[in-house]
Design a protein around this ligand. Sequence first.
Ligand SMILES: NC(=O)c1ccc[n+]([C@@H]2O[C@H](COP(=O)([O-])OP(=O)(O)OC[C@H]3O[C@@H](n4cnc5c(N)ncnc54)[C@H](OP(=O)(O)O)[C@@H]3O)[C@@H](O)[C@H]2O)c1
Length: 270
Amino acid sequence: MAKRSKISDYAGGWALVTGAAREHGLGYAFAHRLAAEGLNLILVDVLDEDLGRRANELRNQFDVEVRTATCDLGESAPYAPIEDAIDGIEVDALVCNHMFTPPDTPPILDMPLETHSRMIDINARGYTNLIHRFGTAMRDRGRGAIIIVSSGVGLTSGPYTGAYAANKAFQLMFGQALWYELRGTGVDVLVMIAGLMNTQGDALSKYPRWLMAEPAAVVPEVLAALGRKPTVVPGFASRAFLFVQTRLMSRQLALTSIGRFMASGLGKND
Ligand SMILES: NC(=O)c1ccc[n+]([C@@H]2O[C@H](COP(=O)([O-])OP(=O)(O)OC[C@H]3O[C@@H](n4cnc5c(N)ncnc54)[C@H](OP(=O)(O)O)[C@@H]3O)[C@@H](O)[C@H]2O)c1
């Protein structure tokens, strides 16, 4: 059985983080922490200018190399901007964090079919493409770390965010099976089952404050779980919330209560 890794084992190596362009986003919080641990970075996002800004901030703050790849991860693989940015280097840590969800969060049947397809392309196919590309290379080298950012709604479902919840369930199932299949290969897989985080400005302001975690506080807890277990739910409030929804309630009661919770958090008339 290979020794379990810590993220600091990859200091001096390279991490690729997707969805890393937004200043208050989780992807940037991951990138910041990985740079602090001494990893060089490849930052990926669709937002070109923001990506450049984040890369400069990290270069100024840490003694690491930072490359960027502006890339629509809903396109077909291979992703040329990522391959160009990599240019022969080996990626030791992959953080799949990007996501696309429409801001108006319509019910499933009111969301255009093209939007459903786009979500599946970015949030399911995009994750598969990246994990297959870098996971096989890691397995061949016998070392690496893959972190997949899923969500509590991937376990519980989430009315009004049903398509998103289904995408998150895909990521969770994919990652858990991969964890098992890669045990003993030197490649650690960890699925982060995220609760609500303060990343979206006012968009999530109707949800209760006590459930809202700060991304910078969440990331160290996630990185500390790497190599120890297949999944992590960071934050006591999120763990308690999920425990009630998944262990103490019937499925029907959980769906009804989450439906009301989502409706009120998203400002829907239910
Ligand atoms: N925030 C929460 O409460 C929460 C809760 C549970 C799970 N999560 C998960 O945590 C992760 C980060 O969330 P966040 O709130 O930090 O979101 P975020 O700030 O919106 O970050 C996601 C990033 O992915 C980018 N992106 C969207 N479509 C893309 C594409 N086709 N190709 C490449 N990049 C693309 C986004 O760009 P645009 O902004 O232009 O779309 C954005 O910069 C996501 O996987 C999310 O599902 C978040």
